[in-house]
Design a protein around this ligand. Structure first.
Ligand code: AMP
Ligand code: MG
Length: 470
């Protein structure tokens, strides 16, 4: 039986230079590494015996209209006038069982008109990282693109030596980014900008009133997303405007990682030398990215000068929203459902203790869920003082324990396990990949057989940086 995907494409119908038609390059010897059955079912896909061919680009399913999207973006603060899908093709869209429109995209399927110097390919390492981490984020309750499939292509790609080629199939609310608006604004293509704004509003924010409503909705989505990242110690790594999705999903899992020992200035990306995308900078960068969206939308405003003033007020308010989101996220991790202003000091004092002692982020909050984190701390007397304050604050809070149990995951995809998974997979062993994928579906559930996944890395296991592995 052939796989059937009930495509219902809308982006492909846009006219005005939003994309190039582009078929995926057929993989020479496709094999299926993983297929997300539950997600596939949610998308109405009838899985046949040709999944490897379809999700490696070797065969294009009926109803697909493969295309590569155009976008631009600020990379580490510098504007790059033309990026675009350089190694991805959108097969098309489906309507999910929940009535939501979803993109299905192959990533790593060969060159496109936007590849610039690149080969358009991906290798097994980043493909498996994206598969496991994006699915883990979903299980953690964090808005994210999903992983539908991983395939190996049967060819080598060259990244400091030959690596096994692979493709990840990504599912997203859409692939419209801040950079999609930027490219048309920068070129002065106002008609296209208008079309894109109308399309995005209809698709993501039907209640939004014009470009200003769109901006507010995109801001709200980011202000809700970033505190969720921080609550699990997630560092995205490359928050460029082309990796900032308008619908507010986490997108583009490159040099991302979850922190082990807490350090607010932690950076993982090997190319982020100035710490622009460090853990604690993420809220400010989200505001910066929304300021770029605001700038791109200005040409659509009837009175741009007045709009600049209003957009500035909105950006300032976003800072307050992010702060409130951070407070409620971390308060929940301490069992406090309705935080008050003074709770901020309770949180930052704990984080300071954790940072000084190099305490493990996930395990410390887990220990707190169980009642006491002194085993995670080096300065036990300072912790004792803090613990007493915390207990005092929790008096009269009902449901603290239940709130903590659903706010503090037991396991996260630790970076050293991801690296071990990749090393094993390159050697042909996918057992750790399967195990992580399965275990991370229920990250809040304590079990007997996950002790090794809870353990922070030993000195030898620490992964100092994650390379922009493409
Ligand atoms: P990223 O860092 O993954 O967000 O990618 C930034 C830009 O580089 C996007 O336009 C990508 O499509 C492009 N790109 C990344 N890797 C490759 C590759 N191997 N071949 C072609 N283009 C690439
Ligand atoms: Mg990108």
């Amino acid at each position: 039986m052939k796989t059937r995907i009930p495509f219902d494409n809308s982006f492909a119908a846009l006219t005005g230079g939003f994309f190039s038609h582009q078929a995926p390059e057929p993989a020479p010897a496709p094999t299926l590494i993983a297929y997300n059955l539950a997600l596939g079912a949610e998308l109405g896909i009838e899985a046949g015996d040709d999944l490897a061919e379809i999700f490696s680009g070797a065969s294009v399913p009926g109803g697909a209209e493969p295309l590569a999207q155009l976008y631009a973006g600020h990379q580490f603060g510098n504007y790059n006038p033309q990026l675009g899908d350089g190694r991805a093709v959108l097969l098309g869209e489906v309507i999910s069982a929940h009535g939501a429109r979803r993109d299905i995209q192959l990533k790593g399927s060969g060159r496109t008109p936007y590849s610039r110097g690149g080969d358009g390919k991906a290798w097994l390492g980043p493909v498996l990282r994206e598969y496991v981490v994006s699915e883990a984020m979903h299980a953690l309750g964090i808005p994210t693109t999903r992983a539908l499939a991983a395939t190996s292509t049967g060819e080598s790609v060259y990244r400091e030596g030959a690596k096994p080629g692979a493709i990840v199939t990504r599912v997203a609310a859409s692939h419209i980014r801040v950079g999609t608006f930027q490219v048309f604004a920068a070129r002065g293509q106002i008609e296209q900008l208008q079309t894109l704004a109308e399309y995005t509003i209809a698709r993501h924010y039907p209640d939004a009133n014009g470009p200003e409503g769109l901006l507010q909705a995109a801001m709200d989505a980011q202000a809700s997303l970033i505190p969720k990242w921080m609550g699990v110690g997630f560092i995205h790594g490359v928050m460029n405007t082309d990796n900032c999705q308008i619908a507010g999903e986490t997108i583009d899992y490159g040099p991302c990682a979850f922190m082990d020992a807490f350090a607010s200035d932690r950076v993982f990306s090997s190319i982020d030398r100035n710490g622009r995308y460090s853990f604690a900078n993420q809220p400010d960068i989200a505001i910066w990215n929304m300021a770029q969206l605001a700038t791109a939308l200005l040409p659509l405003m009837p009175d741009p000068d007045a709009a600049v003033e209003r957009f500035t007020v909105m950006l300032h308010a976003m800072k307050d929203d992010l702060r409130a989101g951070w407070l409620s996220t971390f308060a929940a991790k301490l069992g406090i459902a309705a935080p008050i202003d003074t709770d901020a000091a309770l949180i930052t004092d704990l984080l300071a203790l954790m940072e000084t002692g190099g305490a493990d982020f996930t395990n410390t909050f887990n220990a707190l869920t169980r009642g006491d984190a002194s085993d995670e701390m080096t300065d036990r007397s300072a912790y004792g003082t803090w613990h007493a304050r915390w207990q005092e604050r929790l008096k009269g809070e009902s449901g603290a324990q239940a709130l903590m149990a659903t706010s503090n995951p037991v396991i996260i995809p630790r970076n050293h396990r991801i690296e071990q998974m990749i090393d094993a997979a390159v050697a042909g062993d996918f057992a750790l990949f399967q195990r992580l994928d399965t275990a991370l579906k229920t990250p809040f559930t304590e079990r007997a057989n996950i002790a090794d996944l809870k353990r922070p890395p030993s000195k030898q296991e620490i992964v100092p940086a994650t390379f922009c592995g493409t």
